[in-house]
Each structure stands twice: as structure tokens, then as C-alpha cells.
Write a protein that binds this ligand. Sequence first.
Ligand SMILES: [Zn+2]
Length: 307
Amino acid sequence: MRVADRVLAYGGGWLDRAGALRGNREWISARLTDPGAVLLPLWRDHCLVTADQTPVRLRPADAAEVLTAADETVFLGLDGEAPVFAVDLSGRTAPEAVRLAGAAATADVRALVAWLDPAQAAVQAYARGLLHWHRQQRYCGSCGSATVARDGGHVRACSGPRCGRLLFPRIEPAIIVLVEAPGSPDRCLLARHAGAPEGAYSTLAGFVEVGESLEDAVRREMAEEAGVSLSALSYQGSQAWPFPAGLMVGFRATAASEEVRVDGVELLEARWFTRDELRRRAAEGRPLGRPDSIDHHLLGGWLAAGD
Ligand SMILES: [Zn+2]
């Protein structure tokens, strides 16, 4: 089964983003006063959570103080009929944000994902990524003037008198690759990354550079980091990773030879693992990557393919 056919955390298209409507300021204002609207307060990349670790959801009737205190309020989309907004309280201290939201604490969505409903985790991650972009894009890179949010928070426009540049949310694509050995037995290549503890192996990954296709990036990264040239590669699926702006694009590839030569900088060690070895490691309590990551799904798919 391809990774794309399975549900990966933080994606899923749960909201209607209403791209054709959100440019209409009156329409957005009306959605914000809709009694059924849902407002998600966030603080500096963190959810504001109740005592039972559930992200706070406010109705407009309970959110006057939060909206007044917000640095930015952005429209995320429609959940059925209900408009959903994210409200950034990052300009406040953590205790202030917690009090304003009626929360108990702050928490990273990645620490909550194990028990959150998939839609809720995806929407919180989306809110986190979009608000992060707003905080990083308050000034125009061309003329240095302040920028102002519009289109429900999906564009920022430069306020400079002779500029007017439009800035759109940035996505930073990265490739992640499960490399298989040529020939038999079936084996896949895992590496220990710089900074990773002894014995912690994962698939190989890297950022796409300017002027590269995804496939170019896969071939370059595998050659640079592991000295592996590839004879074949195929797209497996992608994962939203807005921590802060990632898009992980998963591939499976076949190496042209078994020779591996790590760069010693990004990768300290890389070697081939059989399915039995990986199962043994998992049974010993050494997990195959973060359970919410495409890395884990690529490995899980490869293991299942051998059954
Ligand atoms: Zn400008």
C-alpha cells in the first residue's frame, strides 16, 4: 500500500478553506461574528489546552477579550457550516495567554497527537504553521515597510507607498527516502544522524534546493549524505509538517549498489537492515521513527510489504 493511501497525521483536508470567499473582507467579518464560529487560541507555536490536554475552542460570545488581545486572527476554513479561526496570543506572556483563553497550560500539538482526533490535530498544526508565518513576515523583504494581513490571513500586503508587494505563506519542501538494496535479501538503508543517540536509526531526508525537482533532490541528497546512487525511485506520499513550514515528500528508491559512504557531517553511520532486524529492534522497544511521522509510515509500509 502506498503511504498516500493511509492517513498521515497533520493532513487530511478536514476544512473547506473557502479560497474563493476569504478574499472578501465583509464575508470574513461576518464569519467572525457567527455564533457557531470556533476560535482556536495559540501562543508561540503552542496550543492552549485545558487540564485534560485538549486544545481550547472558544465561541465568539466568549472571545471578546481574546480577540482584543490578539496579534492576528486568521481564517482557517469552514468545518461544515462552522467557520474556524486561529487567534495568535504570542504577544502576551504565557500566563496571560493561558488566562485569556481560559486554558490550563500550553502544549505543542506534537505532544498531543497520540490522543487527539486526527482532524483536530491537523487543524491545530495548520493554525500553528499559518500563525508562525505571520510572525515571521511582519516586514517586507523588498522595502522594509510593515506588512498587513488580508484575505483572511492567507496573504500579507506590503504597506510601502511604492511597493505593495504581496507575500504568501511559505512552504519548505523536504524529501524523505526509504532506500532499498539491490538484489536479495530485501534490505533498507537507515542512518544515524548527527546528534542522534547511539543506535537511533532513521530514513534519510533533506531539503529541496532552489532549481531542483523533488527527484533531483532525492538523488543529490542520497549521493551527498550516503554516497549512494539510485537506479529507481517512486513517489510514496507526502505529509504536512508545519513545524514551522515543512512539507515532507516521501519516496522509495533502489540503490544501484550496496556501497555506502556517509559524509560524517549530517550522517554519522548508515547501514542496511533486513525486515527481521527491524522487527527485532521494534520488539526491543526501539521505535521506528516518531509514530506521527512519514518516516514511521515509510518503514511500516516496507515492513508490511514483506509479509
Ligand atoms: Zn515592500
